[in-house]
Design a protein around this ligand. Structure first.
Ligand code: DWN
Ligand code: SAH
Ligand code: ZN
Length: 404
């Protein structure tokens, strides 16, 4: 029985199997490695609506709960990005807008909305990150956004002029419920704006580490246009963004409310010309992924055999896919340094590499650092200039394995 597309029910054609994987954000206690949850991480494309998606779903409560350890404000570049985004959303909205955010995390975007005095509400199921936002005065519903909670909000607070989401819509398998909720909550002239990793960039860079439990969908303009249409919604604008390795910001409105920009048709034409989400491209992506895994493993084994010290930089969710797919454990990487207190003193999921505070990096510097947080390379290499000055070398694996 082929798996069914979660968007349209069409047949999913699997093109990449990344093996048995743990929850990407389940960092383990060093003293008490509990039973880990594993699932099969595989990706397919729908032969009818083209949506690229995971073949197996992880229940949402296993991923997003009180102790979810990702704090969006951990990157200065991302803080700046969301401050600018909040101002742009407020500038283009009408007077006295009601701004709703899905996946508001620690309030990295809504803080700016709140400080501007605008009406707002965040939906954030993960307890501690939601509490961090509330400490800054941000209003949060500690709940999952779906058709039910959207309808409650519409009844209690009225229609939303702007519904925004970053790196969250691609996390939600139950998309029909979400789009039903958007249809209920969105004001007649309102906009639903969301930004997520762009499958076009993932293929161009072979960034296979964007694939993990939380990233369920890999959007293209074409698949998003088809996804929203049955809900009386229309894709009216697209904007490419440099953050997180390449994303697209999609603007959706009620059908007929706005004239779609020329950029929408242009990006869809480009995707068709590239054959993105078509079997030959997907087969090439799978082959490139296997080559990168082999090259990285070979390099790390050689460095170990030559007696070099190698550490990881950034205990990202993405790194769970790399370490567990390539069999990279504490024998190859001494530790991973990370600025997030909730990850420090723990072990990475599956691979069980210790996570140390950022200060451990320079104490003393290793010979090589594997840049797991490659999407923050500019920010990290700028603040770690001492590492290069001390003779240290960065190892990257996006878009291919190289040392610099
Ligand atoms: O989609 C998602 C994105 C937005 O965030 C979520 N599903 C989960 C998470 O993914 P990630 O963990 O791959 O995201 P980042 O932003 O690549 O994670 C960076 C990690 O590196 C964080 O743990 C913080 C850390 N870090 C650091 O140690 N020093 C980050 C920077 C910028 C630094 O200088
Ligand atoms: N918007 C932030 C956070 C991204 S991480 C940023 O771009 O950095 C994804 C977030 O979505 C997590 O905080 C998770 O708890 C939240 N989330 C997952 N499912 C959700 C849902 N159905 N409704 C609202 N938030 C959800
Ligand atoms: Zn489909």
């Amino acid at each position: 029985m082929p798996h069914a597309c979660q968007i349209c029910g069409g047949a999913l054609e699997e093109f990449l199997d990344l093996g048995r994987q743990p929850l990407s954000d389940a960092f383990l206690s060093e003293h008490d490695p509990q039973d880990e949850f594993f699932y099969r991480l595989a990706v397919g494309a729908c032969s009818s609506c083209t949506m690229v998606q995971l073949v197996e779903q992880v229940p949402r409560e296993k991923m997003f709960h009180t102790d979810y350890p990702y704090y969006s404000s951990g990157s200065s570049v991302m803080r700046e990005h969301f401050q600018q985004t909040a101002r742009a959303l407020l500038d283009t909205a009408g007077p006295d807008p009601f701004v709703v955010e899905i996946g508001s995390n620690d309030g990295v975007l809504l803080r700016t909305v709140h400080e501007a005095g605008a009406r707002h509400l965040g939906f954030e199921p993960s307890g501690k990150v939601a509490a961090a936002a509330m400490e800054h005065g941000v209003r949060v519903r500690n709940e999952f956004f779906d058709a039910g909670t959207a309808a409650d909000t519409r009844r209690e607070e009225g229609a939303a002029d702007v519904i925004f989401a970053a790196n969250t819509i691609c996390h939600i398998p139950y998309m029909r419920s979400v789009l039903d909720g958007i249809r209920t909550l969105l004001a007649p002239e309102g906009v639903f704006v969301f930004e997520d990793p762009y499958f076009g960039d993932i293929v161009a860079k072979t960034s296979f580490d964007q694939i993990y439990d939380e990233h369920f969908y890999f959007f293209t303009a074409r698949s998003v246009q088809a996804m929203v249409a049955p809900f009386g919604l229309e894709l009216v604008d697209v904007e490419r963004l440099p953050v997180h390795g390449g994303e697209v910001r999609y603007t959706v409105a009620r059908a007929g409310a706005r004239t779609p920009s020329a950029g929408v048709a242009a990006l869809i034409a480009d995707e068709k010309a590239r054959g993105l989400a078509e079997p030959p491209t997907l087969r090439r992506f799978a082959a490139d992924t296997a080559r990168i895994r082999d090259d990285l493993r070979t390099l790390l084994r050689r460095l170990r055999d030559e007696g070099h010290r190698v550490v990881g930089y950034g205990a990202t969710a993405k790194s769970a896919t790399v370490t567990n797919f390539a069999g990279i454990g504490p024998d190859l990487i001494e530790f991973v340094c990370d600025t997030t207190p909730a990850k420090q003193g723990r072990l990475t999921p599956g691979a069980h590499i210790p996570v140390r505070p950022a200060e451990a990096f320079a104490d003393p510097y290793p010979d090589y650092a594997l840049l797991f947080a490659w999407n923050h390379a500019d920010e990290i290499t700028a603040k770690e200039q001492g590492f290069r000055a001390a003779g240290g070398k960065w190892i990257r694996y996006v878009p291919d394995v190289h040392v610099s």
